[in-house]
Design a binder for this molecule. Structure first.
Ligand SMILES: [Zn+2]
Ligand SMILES: [Zn+2]
Length: 254
């Protein structure tokens, strides 16, 4: 009796899901990372969810690096205490590691631009402090040759999604990439900084004077790219520069 009741409710649940898929006119929702069928659209399956590290307080007031124990609201991590970053505050949704790589790269290489909508909502939530008083979102630009290859800039896609989730306006082409920088994958922090120096600029007749801007990118690795963008924006007169990324790589042991 109990077994058949469970079976009935399982079938009912299944029918409900199928019904909803039919009503929505789409296939059943799939995990954003692995493609398993899930209950809700724009979600992760249990296994992918449990493998991914979502950043949460307590964290460094400046860069959002999570602390293992509460440290007080104004606490800084070792890196920020040693040298203040160029930008004022940074936040990321999740840790970039072997478990999240597939999810994050889905945005970059797959034809899965719809997942940006879900990421935008996550970023809007994780970045609430950075976005609170922001006037503009500025995606990190791709060089046009790379844009041509890839057809879209994933940072611009994320910025639009953050805007759609309730964020401020997007100034999509205000930051420009002056030269194509070599791929940074294998470079260390100092080499990455040299790699991007002078790579960015402001588009003519666009002004960020007195504006509170937030740089948007998919992954922050050493911070060299967003650091260089922040330098450009501060020099151009921005009153504050925040950084909001989907993912952030941490050095092992951090
Ligand atoms: Zn999954
Ligand atoms: Zn920090």
């Amino acid at each position: 009796m109990l077994a058949s009741a469970t079976l009935t409710s399982r079938i009912a649940g299944r029918l409900q899901r199928i019904g909803r898929a039919v009503v929505d006119g789409v296939l059943p929702p799939r995990c954003l990372s692995c493609g398993e069928i899930v209950d809700e659209p724009d979600a992760l399956c249990g296994q992918c969810w449990s493998g991914i590290t979502f950043f949460a307080p307590p964290w460094c007031m400046l860069c959002g690096l999570p602390f293992p124990h509460p440290m007080g609201e104004d606490a800084l991590c070792g890196l920020c205490a040693r040298g203040r970053p160029v930008w004022d505050q940074a936040r990321a949704v999740l840790r970039y590691d072997k478990n999240s790589r597939r999810l994050v790269l889905g945005l970059k290489h797959g034809d899965r631009t719809h997942i940006a909508t879900a990421f935008g909502r996550w970023m809007y939530r994780a970045g609430s402090e950075v976005l609170a008083s922001a006037d503009l979102l500025l995606p990190v630009p791709l060089h046009w040759t790379r844009l041509f290859q890839r057809r879209y800039n994933q940072a611009a896609l994320l910025a639009q999604a953050v805007r759609a989730a309730g964020g401020p306006d997007v100034a999509a082409d205000w930051l420009v990439r002056r030269r194509r920088t070599p791929v940074q994958g294998h470079l260390g922090p100092a080499a990455r900084e040299r790699n991007v120096r002078g790579a960015f600029g402001m588009r003519a007749r666009r002004s960020v004077v007195g504006k509170r801007v937030v740089i948007i990118d998919d992954v922050m690795t050493t911070g060299a790219t967003v650091g260089e963008c922040a330098r450009v924006l501060k020099r151009a007169g921005a009153s504050s520069v925040g950084v909001l990324t989907l993912a952030r790589a941490l050095r092992t042991g951090a």
